[in-house]
Design a protein around this ligand. Structure first.
Ligand code: PEP
Ligand code: MN
Length: 357
């Protein structure tokens, strides 16, 4: 159920409607829009009698939401969600493409800072790097945990990059939440409902990756878990799905981008690295992702991919990332989007042997 307030409704009238919804035993979700405020109602098992809400001052109409997902849907919020990072020019879902780049894993201070310097110089506003890694084998590198998060915090300080990093469970979420600007929930955890609810109670934006076999509806329902707990800053990410095709690691399903945009106000970005698993396919699929209208890219870049402790085969070299950024600029312009400009080279990075590994 959705309450659409009249265009001129006052904040007091919105509060009174929220209060009435609570009195009825449901949860109100206030979604202000450019034209008018909508209030989503969750927590109801059956249908709600609209009569007791319809008559309140400032209410335009009370409508039934036809989709199984509610808060993520455009019915509830027609305008695109734009996620802002106060004190910076970084946005996700706005006119500027959100470019997130960095290694699969934070391996050392030297590796992370060297890579960060290059992606910052190329114009990325966000840095990625896992400190907790969901690996297929328990015997491979699992991440530096809090030491990795501290390196990421240093990168934010030094380059002004916003940090995107993954939480794999409740324990890591407690730590990731303290250091990250965006909490990543990986493909393997897309339907970890208790983790989704925990992310929904966080105040940090959440990057939710599509599960390897998730349908569009399952993907949106997973996001709905996060919104239903009160966190409306969710970014969806297409990262490839499992198919019979074996020339790539996964099959990047770019058609989900316009499909999501039709149904949901949430931004959707594309991960061409996990989506293909092959370095030589990352730039072509990045171009395609921008052309299809994605709100951004998350790309694995490594200063020395041949030595990477995870996902080296799909990590591009910093020079290749420069080219990728040059290629997407004119494509973004066709869609009236922009890409942040290049930055000057930073001061040389000093790496002490004690701090590096
Ligand atoms: C990652 O971003 O490094 C990662 C593990 O992604 P995914 O969950 O999409 O496999
Ligand atoms: Mn990876």
């Amino acid at each position: 159920m959705l309450v659409v307030m009249q265009a001129g409704a006052t904040p007091q009238q919105v509060d009174a409607v929220c209060k009435r919804i609570e009195e009825l035993g449901y949860v109100p979700h206030n979604m202000p829009g450019a034209q008018r405020t909508a209030i989503g109602i969750t927590g109801n098992r059956g249908t709600i009698d609209p009569a007791s809400i319809e008559e309140l001052p400032g209410v335009g109409e009370v409508i039934r939401v036809s989709k199984p997902y509610k808060l993520v849907s455009r019915e509830v919020k027609p305008d695109d969600t734009i996620i802002r990072f106060p004190g910076t020019d970084a946005t996700i879902g706005g006119r500027e493409l959100a470019v997130i780049a960095g290694p699969c894993s934070v391996e050392s201070r030297d590796q992370a800072l060297t890579t960060a310097e290059r992606v910052h110089r190329a114009g990325a506003r966000f840095f990625r790097g896992g400190a907790f890694k969901p690996r297929t084998s328990p015997y491979t590198f699992q991440g530096l945990a809090e030491d990795g998060l501290k390196i990421l915090a240093e990168i934010r300080e030094r380059f002004g990059l916003r940090i995107v990093t993954e939480a794999v469970d409740h324990e890591s979420m407690d730590q990731v939440e303290q250091y990250a600007d965006v909490i990543q929930i990986g493909a393997r955890n897309m339907q970890n409902f208790s983790l989704l609810k925990r992310a929904g109670r966080s105040r940090k934006p959440v990057l939710l990756k599509r599960g390897i076999a998730a349908t569009l509806e399952e993907f949106l329902m997973a996001a709905e878990y996060i919104l239903s707990e009160g966190n409306y800053n969710v970014i969806l990410c297409e990262r490839g799905i499992r198919t019979f095709a074996d020339h790539t690691r996964n099959t990047l399903d770019l058609s989900i981008v316009p499909a999501v945009q039709r149904l949901s106000h949430l931004p959707i970005i594309v991960d061409p690295s996990h989506g293909t698993g092959k370095r030589n396919k990352v730039t072509p699929l990045s171009r395609a992702a921008v052309a299809v209208g994605a709100s951004g890219l998350i790309v694995e870049v490594h200063c020395n991919p041949e030595k990477a402790l995870s996902d080296g085969m799909q990590s591009i070299f910093p020079d290749q990332f420069d080219t990728l950024m040059d290629h997407i600029r004119p494509i973004a312009a066709v869609l009236e989007r922009s890409v942040a400009p290049r930055n000057q080279a930073a001061e040389p990075i000093t790496v002490t042997s004690a701090a590096s590994r």
